[in-house]
Design a protein around this ligand. Structure first.
Ligand code: SF4
Length: 153
């Protein structure tokens, strides 16, 4: 994946929730830079419809914990990550690989944020860093640049 080539056709289910709490921190500088790109694209409304999956996605693509992109369980955290995806799929009433409207999904997630975090994020090491929703759709300034928490790396 090149720096400006972010595939936005899918997200693993629990990453919808991660996007709402992203605070500019992550597993490595490359991970944060990639997350900033996905987060910025999401905020600018560049994600329309995409599949909710339980496998490696564009966020995993720059993660040092991704061992095998072709394997559904290619994340070093394996079963716990898969369980987190399943909890998010179940909580949202989505089937695996279901195509969803991104803006509508985020609106529901923000409405149910506290309950979803309690259900989906339990056991996650990042839970103390996240914990409050930060995501706002289309918070662009007059010059078209995103504002808010799109942090430089
Ligand atoms: S920790 Fe696992 S699920 Fe999370 S971004 Fe990295 S590879 Fe993906």
């Amino acid at each position: 994946m090149t720096p400006d080539d972010v595939d936005l056709s899918s997200l693993r289910a629990h990453h919808f929730l991660c996007l709402t709490t992203f605070a500019g921190k992550g597993y490595s500088p490359e991970f944060v830079a990639n997350m900033n790109r996905v987060f910025g694209a999401a905020q600018r409304g560049e994600i329309a419809r995409l599949r909710a999956t339980a496998e490696a996605d564009p966020i995993c693509g720059a993660c040092p914990h991704l061992q095998d992109r072709s394997a559904a369980d290619g994340c070093t955290f394996g079963a716990s990550i898969a369980a987190r995806d399943r909890r998010m799929l179940r909580a949202m009433g989505w089937r695996e690989n279901q195509e969803v409207d991104f803006a509508a999904a985020i609106a529901i997630i923000l409405e149910r944020h506290r309950d979803l975090m309690r259900e989906v994020c339990r056991g996650c090491d990042w839970a103390t860093i996240c914990g409050e929703e930060r995501f706002t759709l289309h918070p662009t300034t007059a010059d078209g640049n995103p504002q808010g928490n799109v942090l430089a790396t």
